[in-house]
Design a protein around this ligand. Structure first.
Ligand code: ATP
Ligand code: MG
Length: 269
């Protein structure tokens, strides 16, 4: 069953500095949700709180109606996987070992490493194009290869909910598309719920069923990408004027920024 994920009256602070205050969210189960917003608006803080890596000051995150603070760590890890922003692997750890760590929540003293773990690691490596790099230390990979190794780990974890913080960072265009298409495969074939932070608005509109726009720790708009991404919303959230035009390939909104050196043509200004 696809778990439901809700956030209610959430307040998160680092010491005394409140970053998120009074935030409510419903993540549509079995769908792909993208979170967009300016740097420092609280996207990673929200994702990390949803994965129970941070403890809220007030309010909470509810998985199937139960506060994740009350769930055993193992149960959270079996149901919720996270790719953090800029993760760091232990020195010398190989790609295969890192991806294998994703299987830890499925093991216990009575259930050791098994062929199903082996299979999950092999298919995650294949899906991310890393089979040939399995024995290489993660700290010797390129930025894009390393990012894919972390994605493979989150995939191997096999959780029904996947939280991905900027999964396409460091990736060239081909690998960005590969990773986002993989996310769609995981969603469509296995019904996994995906929540991902993306900075590329046209890509977010292409790949997400549901879009959440954040500003200063609040949700400014949420819904279908085509209803959320308007010229006014982009200006409000990013302080950038733009034109929104249908993507010629997908028909979803494409954001074309206007800047000092690239003003809008006079008749459109
Ligand atoms: N560990 C921390 N300790 C103190 N303050 C933090 C910490 N992590 C983040 N912050 C602060 O919280 C605010 C929100 O940060 P967060 O990382 O959630 O932003 P973000 O929306 O993910 O930004 P970006 O797009 O740059 O990744 C920022 O002002 C940041 O400086
Ligand atoms: Mg972030």
């Amino acid at each position: 069953m696809t778990p439901s994920l809700r956030v209610r009256e959430l307040r998160v602070a680092y010491d005394d500095r409140v970053v998120i205050d009074g935030l409510d969210l419903d993540i549509p189960p079995g769908k792909i949700t993208a979170i967009v917003g300016a740097n420092a608006c609280g996207k990673s803080t929200l994702l990390r709180t949803m994965a129970r890596l941070l403890t809220p000051k007030a309010g909470g995150v509810y998985l199937d109606g139960r506060s994740i603070q009350d769930l055993p760590t193992r149960q959270v890890a079996q149901r919720l996987g996270i790719l953090p922003q800029s993760p760091v692997a232990p020195e010398g750890m190989t790609v295969a070992d890192l991806v294998g760590r994703g299987r830890a929540p499925h093991q216990s003293w009575w259930r050791q490493w098994s062929t199903s773990d082996e299979g999950a690691v092999a298919s995650a490596l294949a899906a991310t194009g890393l089979t040939d790099l399995a024995d290489r230390p993660v700290d010797e990979l390129s930025g894009g290869q390393r990012q894919r190794a972390w994605i493979a780990m989150a995939v191997a974890q096999g959780t029904p909910v996947l939280l991905l913080d900027e999964p396409t960072t460091y990736l060239d265009l081909a690998h960005q598309i590969d990773v986002l298409d993989l996310v769609v495969d995981l969603n469509r074939a296995e019904g996994r719920t995906v929540v991902m932070v993306l900075h590329d608005l046209p890509q977010a509109c292409r790949y997400a069923d549901h879009l959440i726009a954040m500003k200063a720790g609040r949700v400014v708009a949420s819904g279908e990408p085509a209803s959320v991404i308007t010229e006014d919303l982009v200006e409000e959230v990013f302080d950038v004027r733009c034109r929104v035009s249908p993507d010629p390939v997908s028909g979803t909104p494409m954001v074309i920024p206007i800047s000092r050196h690239h003003p809008a043509p006079a008749h459109q200004a």
